[in-house]
Design a protein around this ligand. Structure first.
Ligand SMILES: Cc1ncc(COP(=O)(O)O)c(C=O)c1O
Length: 402
């Protein structure tokens, strides 16, 4: 007879029970973080894969180079030079299982339990989870519609340092921020580089949405402004192509890279997938970016115009991002988007409550709406339904006059 083996007393002290995630989709799914499914370049990836396999498929018999596939690192180095304005040796590009793994490795290398890390006041929940796992003290810096406010950041660094909590790191998503959709202007980035130098605080720049711009101008990257090693630059092929590829990368100074890669989860990024990505992008990147931009633009417009129709005069605000996947809904104080989330899901609209993006869990009157996944028609209908749900739950009122 087999009895159940008991692990009582055998788990590591840091292990926590974690449920398997099975993303559920509401009828109008604004909760996900997916790029437009109809732009997935499946045929192009197959072609790229075939080409890559013919060229170097025999190498799959070996464990890959620990920095990841050379052809994709060379392509990535050229892309960074062309798109982000800094030159990097392919040896200094480290491919990982998505930008999530890149962030994880850098956070582990640059913090200790109890370290203070500064982020935007609302920031990607995945990174918050990684910082919590690293037992960091996370402090959200003030933001406005353009992201971090340099003067306020400077003051925050000064006061944290005076209290004996000098930040070990600034983590920021400067381009099409998750969740707010804001882009940090170049002039502010320059000020922030100066501030970080003055305080001696390194920056992780998470640039994973940079390829998803459909309006306005791409702003200069932190890494292009600073060659001292203070900036580690993280990016991804999840948002430009498909999250299921699990491919991202980081570029950091040699000393940071050599510490960070000790925390990677396996011996190297997937060589097989890298062949498909490099093979596709080297021939079709511009055409693909254009398709993506057109799809995102019409979807954002649909969501924003439906918001205007159904939320006008209520005091609710919706951000108007120039790229990326998300708009940020700010309801008047007192609206509980956290409490409403499950009821709204059942009624047909999925969203992420703002509180999951707040280091201290506040922000109940905010929500992140992904405009990238559903069609423009569904974005319009879903916003109308969200207004109806808010109204049915007593949360949509005419704003007081004056
Ligand atoms: C800002 C940011 N960084 C990192 C990630 C992780 O993405 P991936 O690991 O698929 O590159 C995401 C995903 O939503 C994100 O929004």
């Amino acid at each position: 007879m087999t009895t159940t083996f008991s692990y009582s007393g055998r788990f590591s002290k840091d292990s926590v029970e974690t449920q398997t995630a099975h993303p559920a989709h509401a009828k109008y799914d604004f909760g996900t973080a997916y790029p437009p499914p109809e732009t997935a370049p499946l045929d192009g990836l197959v072609e790229g894969l075939i080409e890559g396999l013919k060229r170097e498929g025999r190498d799959l018999v070996y464990y890959p180079d620990s920095n990841g596939n050379l052809a994709l690192r060379e392509f990535t180095a050229q892309k960074l030079e062309a798109d982000r304005g800094f030159s990097v040796d392919p040896e200094d590009v480290f491919l990982c299982a998505g930008s999530g793994e890149a962030n994880y490795c850098l956070i582990q290398a640059l913090t200790d339990p109890g370290s203070t890390v500064v982020t935007e006041r609302f920031v990607y929940s995945g990174t918050l989870g990684q910082l919590r796992k690293a037992q960091c003290n996370i402090v959200g810096a003030p933001i406005d519609d353009s992201g971090l406010i340099p003067e306020a950041l400077d003051e925050l660094f000064t006061s944290l340092t005076a209290d004996g909590n000098k930040p070990r790191l600034l983590y920021t998503i400067p381009e099409h921020q998750n969740p707010t959709g804001s882009t940090l202007p170049t002039a502010r980035r320059k000020q922030i580089v100066d501030i970080c130098h003055r305080h001696g605080i390194p920056i992780i720049e998470d640039d994973c949405y940079v390829d998803l711009r459909f309006a306005g101008e791409t702003q200069e990257s932190f890494r292009a402004m600073d060659d001292s090693g203070m900036v580690s630059h993280v990016a991804s092929y999840s948002k430009l192509l498909l999250p299921g590829l699990r491919l991202g990368y980081f570029v950091a100074s040699k000393e940071v890279r050599e510490r960070a890669i000790g925390f990677r989860s396996s011996s190297a990024a997937n060589h097989f997938t890298s062949l498909a990505v490099e093979g596709f992008l080297k021939n079709h990147i511009q055409e693909h970016k254009d398709n993506l931009a057109a799809a995102l633009h019409s979807k954002r417009d649909a969501m924003v115009s439906s918001f205007g129709e159904h939320f006008g005069g209520t005091g609710a605000k919706l951000s108007q991002p120039e790229g990326g996947c998300y708009t940020w809904l700010e309801m008047p104080q007192g609206a509980d988007m956290t409490g409403l989330r499950d009821r709204a899901f059942k009624a047909g609209v999925g969203y992420q409550a703002g509180s999951i993006f707040a280091p201290n869990g506040d922000g109940d009157n905010y929500a992140r709406l992904c405009f990238a996944y559903e069609s423009p028609e569904k974005n319009r209908e879903g916003m109308a339904l969200l207004a109806q749900i808010l109204d049915d739950n007593g949360m949509l009122h005419a704003a007081p006059a004056g």
